[in-house]
Design a binder for this molecule. Sequence first.
Ligand code: ATP
Ligand code: MG
Length: 286
Amino acid sequence: MFDNDNFRPGNKLNLKEKSTDYSAGYASKEAAQERTEKNIDRMARMQDILYAQDKYALLIIIQAMDAAGKDGVIKHVMSGLNPQGTMVHSFKRPSAEELDHDYLWRYTKALPERGRIGIFNRSYYEDVLVVRVHNLIETQQHLPPALITKNVWKERLEDIGHLEKYLYRNGIAVLKFYLHVSRQEQKERLLARLDEPDKNWKFNAGDLEERKHWDTYRKYAEEAINATDTDYAPWYIIPADKKWFARMAISEIIADTLEAMKLEYPRLNDDQKKMLAVYRAQLLED
Ligand code: ATP
Ligand code: MG
């Protein structure tokens, strides 16, 4: 049956060895969709308590290569949640204003408030992925050159680790998903964007350029995941060649994580309970 631990990266992640399609060993597509629906119900129940309690927040980070299905996951898996308690941020190329700040600035500004679920579609992990692949740290990020040493990526990963620990210590749980898609599946999805008129708008010629750097992205992703996978901010590597499977797995893991947070509706103390009786009497007399 479904075991969340199967999707943890382990001690030393090697993405090449991780399958991008586990669906054969699991239930049918229909059964998975049913299960996803149930998971979404569980998430919605827990979200209500999270919101009422107003103590914890959940930050969900989604990272992937292009066309791996980030948008679809957000659309389907978050569909049953209360929009008032949910916020989604998609991080694109940083603006001039953003580039004038330290690289974490734009992400920390977007963190979910207590009681909320925040979703980062891409995240500060781009600053050790795309920024590293294209050396944007030197060409874009306005850093003092003396700080860009050979240790800079290790330092960034340390900074990210510290940020996640800080969030944990502030009641913000962090959950990280890497959608693991095969190069072949990406090719098919990009071809579909060219071939199907309703998908043409999604095609981005830049994705073909990024695809050339596939192995480099994979290597840096492994490094980032290995350096930042912790109990309090865990990574999950989600086989993403089958969209229905990825959605089931992610909804299951989010629901389980929320349930494990031991959320509780606020309870009134005795004085407050006495006041309820007073208010009840007032209303009844009205
Ligand atoms: P899709 O998967 O549907 O293509 P997307 O997330 O790729 O969605 P786009 O608008 O196509 O959305 O691309 C966003 C781009 O922003 C990506 O190419 C990504 O590499 C880039 N980006 C994100 N964060 C940074 C960053 N910190 N520095 C530079 N580029 C970034
Ligand atoms: Mg894109």
